[in-house]
Design a protein around this ligand. Structure first.
Ligand code: TYM
Length: 333
C-alpha cells in the first residue's frame, strides 16, 4: 500500500457568511493548515448552510468566492488537499435527506446553536435552521474522515453526526466512519473583545468585538487596545478575569507560549502593554495572509478553475459513499 493510501482522513467546512474572524482562524483554520501534510484533507465552503439565515444574493456570491480565496491565502494547497464548494456536490443535500430520517426531532431540539439562532432570528425560524445538523452530518460522513478539526462551538454538532453514523451502521452494517473531533488546546473558543462572556462572532454588530482575518495592522491593534478587561491589574489566567483570560488564550495560540510563560512575561506590567503585545502578535501573523488574499481574489478565472476541479474530486468520493448508503437502505440504483 502506498504512503498516500495509509494517510488518515480529515474533513471540515466553513460557512461563507461575512468576514471570517480570528476565532475561525485560531479555532479551526490554523489546524486545517497544520493537518495538510500529515493527513488526506478535504475542506469545503459550506454555502448551503449559509441560507438558514436570509442572505442577499450578490453578497452571498461574493462571500463564497472570498472564503474560497481566503482558504488558499491561508496556505491550503489544492495539490495536497481537496478544496471545494459544498453546493457543487449535490450528494451533500441528497445524503442529508436520508440522514434526516435517522435523526430524532428531540435530538435536534437540544442543539444550542438552534436555540440561539432561533432566538436571534425569531422572524425566520425555518426548517433548515432546525435540520442543519443533518446536513452537517452528511458533509462529514460522505468523506469518511477520521478527524474533524473544529472550534469548541461545533462539538455538539459533531456528536450528533457521530450518533447518526453509529445508528445507521447499527442497522445496515459498516457504511460510515465514526469521526473524532479535533479541537485545539488553545484558541478553541475565542471570545468577543467587547464582551468576553460571548463567543467572538462575525455576526456581532459591534465591529470592535471581533477581529477579521483580513483586518489591516492598525485595525487589529486598535481593536485589541480597546478590548474590555477588568480593574484587577494583573495578567493572570483566572475565570474571574474573562477578558484577560481570552487575551492570554489568543496570545498563547499565536505565539505558542504557555499561559505560565505569558503571566511571567507580563508580571508587574500594565494592561496597555499587554494588549499592545497581543495586538502586534496577531497583526504580524495575519499580515501575510491578507497580502496573499489580495492577489488571489483578483484572479477569478483561476479561482473558478480550482474550485471546479476540487468539486469534481470531492464528488468522486461523495458519490461512492452516497450510493452505498442508498443501496443499503433498499433503493433501486
Ligand atoms: P462556522 O462557519 O461558524 O465556523 C467555522 C469554524 O470556525 C470555528 N469558530 C471558532 N472557533 C473558536 N472561537 C470562535 N469564536 C469561533 N467561531 C467559529 C467553528 O467551530 C468552526 O470550526 N456548522 C459549521 C460549518 C460546517 C462544518 C461542516 C464543520 C458545515 N459542515 C462539517 C465541520 C464539518 C459552522 O457553522 O462553522
Amino acid at each position: 500500500m502506498s504512503e498516500a493510501m495509509e494517510k488518515k482522513k480529515v474533513l471540515s467546512c466553513i460557512q461563507p457568511s461575512g468576514m471570517l474572524t480570528l476565532g475561525n482562524y485560531l479555532g479551526a483554520l490554523k489546524n486545517w493548515i497544520n493537518m495538510q501534510d500529515e493527513f488526506e484533507c478535504t475542506y469545503a465552503v459550506a454555502d448551503l448552510h449559509a441560507i438558514t439565515v436570509r442572505q442577499e444574493p450578490a453578497k452571498l456570491r461574493a462571500q463564497i468566492y472570498s472564503t474560497y480565496a481566503l482558504m488558499l491565502a491561508l496556505g491550503l494547497d489544492t495539490q495536497k488537499s481537496t478544496l471545494f464548494i459544498q453546493s457543487h456536490v449535490p450528494e451533500h443535500a441528497q445524503l442529508s435527506w436520508l440522514l434526516s430520517c435517522y435523526t430524532q426531532f428531540g435530538e435536534l431540539s437540544r442543539m444550542t446553536q438552534f436555540k440561539d439562532k432561533s432566538a436571534k432570528h425569531s422572524d425566520n425560524v425555518n426548517v433548515g435552521l432546525f435540520s442543519y445538523p443533518a446536513l452537517m452530518a452528511a458533509d462529514i460522513l460522505l468523506y469518511k474522515p477520521d478527524f474533524v478539526p473544529v472550534g469548541a462551538d461545533q462539538k455538539q454538532h459533531l456528536e450528533i453526526a457521530r450518533d447518526i453514523a453509529t445508528r445507521f451502521n447499527h442497522i445496515y452494517g459498516d457504511v460510515f466512519t465514526v469521526p473524532e473531533p479535533y479541537i485545539p488546546k488553545t484558541g478553541a473558543r475565542v471570545m468577543s473583545l467587547q464582551d468576553p462572556t460571548k463567543k467572538m462572532s462575525k455576526s456581532d454588530e459591534n465591529v470592535n468585538a471581533w477581529v477579521a482575518i483580513l483586518d489591516d495592522k492598525d485595525t487589529v491593534i486598535r481593536k485589541f487596545k480597546r478590548a474590555v478587561t477588568d480593574s484587577l491589574a494583573q495578567v493572570r489566567l483566572s475565570d474571574e478575569q474573562p477578558g484577560i483570560k481570552n487575551l492570554i488564550g489568543i496570545y498563547s495560540a499565536v505565539t505558542n507560549k504557555t499561559p505560565q510563560e505569558i503571566e511571567k512575561e507580563f508580571d508587574g506590567k500594565g494592561y496597555g502593554e499587554f494588549k499592545l503585545a497581543v495586538g502586534e502578535a496577531v497583526a504580524d501573523e495575519l499580515a501575510p495572509i491578507r497580502e496573499s488574499y489580495n492577489t488571489i481574489i483578483s484572479d477569478k478565472a483561476e479561482l473558478e478553475r480550482l474550485f471546479r476541479e476540487g468539486g469534481q474530486r470531492a464528488e468522486f468520493i461523495a458519490r461512492k459513499t452516497y450510493l452505498k448508503a442508498m443501496k443499503k437502505v433498499g433503493f433501486v440504483l
